[in-house]
Design a binder for this molecule. Structure first.
Ligand SMILES: [Zn+2]
Length: 229
């Protein structure tokens, strides 16, 4: 009988325990509040990580496109001359030379098409020069030339910066390599026409730019209507 009673007691104890088990968390006593707090903390941390990741992504994209202003302002939506965007729509196939007065929207147009092309970069000559001077990012000059000769890029505002003999030879090598290998994916913007650019950076480079782009891709943005000319 002892055994029987004992079993019955145990059964009742178990039953009592089962009745006090929370149906939601299955703990006794209930730990729902604790679990909810932990889940909220995980969620908060996940959201923080996602925000950090988004900020990193945005910073990388801004860097690629030539700064935060380019990232936020130089979009196709904010660009009024759809004709130019249409002329550039084959990018990254083809090479383009966009010229016209400062402030007319050359960089805007170029960045608007370039932003949708992965691994397309905006560089100014000063940045290229800096990369050749510092061996930190890419170890040697050959590799630098290889990179700039094969990447998709906007070379922004060419002719506005002073060019040294060294930089002139580097730029020729980059443009000449692109020309020889029929590399597409280059947009050059400049405040001056192709002939004036020759006086600033050398006719040798400019003749390669013309060869690379072809006459039809030498695009003149004029006045407020930014016509192709
Ligand atoms: Zn519970």
């Amino acid at each position: 009988m002892q055994t029987f009673r004992s079993t019955k007691e145990l059964g009742e104890q178990f039953k009592a325990k089962m009745e006090s088990v929370c149906p939601k968390c299955e703990f006794s006593p209930c730990r729902c509040a604790e679990i909810a707090a932990r889940e909220a903390e995980y969620k908060r941390m996940e959201e923080m990580e996602a925000k950090k990741e988004e900020a990193r992504r945005k910073a990388a994209l801004a860097k690629r496109l030539g700064g935060l202003r380019a990232l936020e302002d130089f979009t196709a939506e904010k660009y009024t001359n759809k004709e130019i965007l249409k002329a550039l729509s084959s990018y990254p196939y083809g090479n383009f030379f966009l010229w016209g007065n400062a402030g007319i929207g050359k960089t805007h147009a170029a960045v608007a098409v370039l932003r949708n092309v992965p691994n397309a970069y905006v560089f100014r000559l000063s940045e290229i020069s800096r990369r050749f001077r510092s061996s930190l990012e890419v170890p040697d000059e050959r590799e630098q030339v290889r990179f700039f000769s094969s990447c998709n890029m906007l070379l922004d505002d060419l002719g506005s910066e002073k060019i040294t003999d060294y930089l002139q030879s580097i730029l020729f090598e980059i443009i000449d390599t692109r020309w020889q290998s029929k590399q597409s994916g280059l947009i050059i913007t400049s405040n001056v026409d192709i002939a004036s650019l020759g006086q600033l950076i050398g006719d040798k480079i400019v003749s390669r730019i013309v060869g690379l782009c072809g006459q039809k891709n030498l695009i003149h943005l004029t006045g407020t209507d930014r016509r192709i000319g």
